[in-house]
Design a binder for this molecule. Structure first.
Ligand SMILES: [Zn+2]
Length: 281
């Protein structure tokens, strides 16, 4: 019972916008900081936004909600960079906590928006809470995004959304090349239907594929769409006290992926035993 409860609580932490709106970290500002090389954190206390600095302008990953955009802008300026230098805008996946502000940032900076094929319709949607952005480039699994000598690779890690994207890149720090992995999301949200899902029949198989991809990636820097995935706040504190870069955490990454995979498998088993009612689909 205790473990079920703990599982539910951890699920709630990564829950749908409606539930997690209550997480005070979502809209709380957080100091901007350098993760490694030309990779920076400019998100809120939980909704991660990454900035990749290049001589030809900057790449942003994630927009958060429109109300968070001024906070992101302030963070970029705190680092001494210009918001208007944002040339390319990417996302982790098409949920409001990562993409609702995309249209706003696109309008304010003129950044080119590049989105994984299966998430494009969501990002272009003008329904309430959706970004209503113009997608300039449609991405496919394995595509690369390049600017000013930096190269990111888009890995399709579907399930959480159909076009959920894990971004990988190499950054150079102190003469060492580090493999960064920005996890899109491995989470099965409350209410997700894994068995008999009419809108997304392959959802469970997609999660299986996602865990295989995540386990195959070379990893030094463990990052993700929410700070909570990788213990951002604690690692930031640790970083301030000096020593080895705490974001270099391959063991933490592996443990996280295995734990999330076990949580998915458990939920999938549960739904196979007790299929969600037709109404829930
Ligand atoms: Zn999500």
């Amino acid at each position: 019972m205790k473990t079920i409860k703990a599982g539910l609580i951890s699920l709630l932490l990564f829950a749908t916008p409606l539930v997690a709106q209550t997480n005070p970290d979502w809209h709380a500002s957080f100091p901007a900081f350098k993760i490694a090389g030309n990779l920076y954190y400019v998100g809120t206390a939980d909704l991660a936004v990454y900035l990749i600095r290049t001589p030809q302008g900057n790449i942003l990953i994630n927009s958060d909600f429109p109300e968070d955009v001024p906070t992101i802008k302030k963070s970029i300026e705190q680092l001494g960079f210009k918001y208007s230098d944002t040339k390319i805008l990417l996302i982790s996946h098409a949920h409001g906590d990562h993409d609702a502000g995309v249209g706003m940032i696109q309008k304010e900076t003129g950044a080119r928006v590049m989105i994984m094929d299966a998430d494009v319709a969501e990002v272009q949607s003008t329904a309430t809470g959706r970004p209503g952005a113009h997608v300039d480039r449609v991405l496919h699994d394995g595509d690369t995004v390049e600017l000013g000598g930096s190269k990111l690779t888009a890995r399709l890690t579907p399930g959480h959304t159909k076009g959920c994207t894990t971004w990988t890149m190499q950054v150079e720090e102190g003469g060492r090349k580090l493999d960064a992995v920005i996890v899109g999301s491995p989470n099965v949200n409350p209410g997700y239907v894994l068995v008999g899902n009419k809108n997304y029949p392959r959802i469970a198989e997609d999660y299986v594929k996602t865990f295989a991809v995540l386990k195959s990636l070379p990893i030094d820097l463990f990052l993700g769409a929410h700070g909570a995935y990788f213990g951002m706040k604690a690692k930031y504190e640790k970083m301030k006290s000096g020593g080895a870069n705490p974001f270099i955490d391959p063991a933490g990454y592996k443990a996280y992926v295995s734990e999330r995979e076990a949580a998915f498998q458990k939920e999938w088993e549960r739904q196979k035993q007790n299929p969600p009612s037709a109404a829930a689909r």
